[in-house]
Write a protein that binds this ligand. Sequence first.
Ligand code: UD1
Length: 390
Amino acid sequence: MRILSVVGARPNFMKIAPIVSELRRVSDVSHRLVHTGQHYDDKLSGTFFEELGLPEPDLNLQVGSGSHTWQTAEVMKGLEPVLEEFRPGLVFVVGDVNSTLAATLTAVKLGIPVAHIEAGLRSFDLTMPEEINRKVTDTISELLFVTEQSGVDNLRAEGVSEDRIFLVGNVMIDTLLRHRAIAAKSRILEKLGVKEGEHVLPYGVLTLHRPSNVDQPETLEPLLQAMGELAQEIPVFFPIHPRTMTRVRDLNLDHYFVGSRKGSLTGLQALDPLGYLDFLCLMDHSRVVLTDSGGIQEETTALGVPCLTLRNNTERPATVEHGSNQIIGVNPTRIVSAGRHILRNWSRSSRRPPLWDGHAARRIVEVVLQKRFFGSAHRCQEQSSSEQLV
Ligand code: UD1
């Protein structure tokens, strides 16, 4: 049984890691991992492979950055001969980045079935590139592995047949639970001057990278101003995505940062992108996380750390319903007031969505093995129909 998995951008690596480790335990599966090269900086890619114990990819297509169309096309052109040569019985794709969409299109056009991990999520906002990627990927994928009930409901509402939908939990949380104890040994808190002996001083964490938040100065500047205001009370650490850093520099907005002075007890402190373990440790001890990332909404929910999502919607409503997330939008006054409210009434949540228990990857691989996708022909052949997990 031949399986090929495709990853491309930072959040993909945490999602594929537990799948790779489950597949390694199955003797009759030959697995190949392809990295599209959508993310190529060591800080967004190589570090994650090392820290998550992922094997070197069998192939890196090295597509790099470009417009959405260009990037999608480059992945498709690079992947097609690889799929033709290896002829997998199934292709795994994860998440909602351009590489996810491109890999799905390429495989399905060759008649190879695709399993989409993290299917069914919807923000209902087609201005988000990820929403387009999610919808197309789900429409043409054969197996849809879903993290939360809203995903099942969305797919049913779109008319997807029940035998394609599997509610299995969250592979990103598998990875988090597996690495939390290792991350606790990170020295990042000492490096940032917020740990004295066993005592951790209060601080916040900010991440921003959505084009809707960082590409326009009229949104980005008020957001940084609001963070500066909140950071008058506690230091707010801001590991900056390269896309955001470029905008900050172009717009001369770096005066909002106080710099990463060790021991500075307040201020918005810009940092380079962090590795997985340092960032997990930083989130786990944080009083509040402010973010526009989808994955971080889920990770803070699993950690029980209060999260303010700087967007007007979420495709992950379980993090609000069953977790520690609030959708706060981008109004600066509202953000500062919600942040202060959390600091004054701080508590760690112990709620977690159903099935976010560290075993999602095992459930996914079980379904795939029951379905038996064989790689000798391009068309999928189902030997037996498995029980649905929905
Ligand atoms: C991509 C995903 C987004 C995901 C995010 C996680 C799409 C449409 N977007 O956004 O869903 O949340 O990854 O980080 O797929 N760059 C570097 N080094 C790199 C990669 C990118 O400096 O290794 C810079 C380049 O200037 C590039 C820009 O970041 O143009 C944006 O990169 P890109 O991969 O296009 O999108 P992200 O914003 O990272």
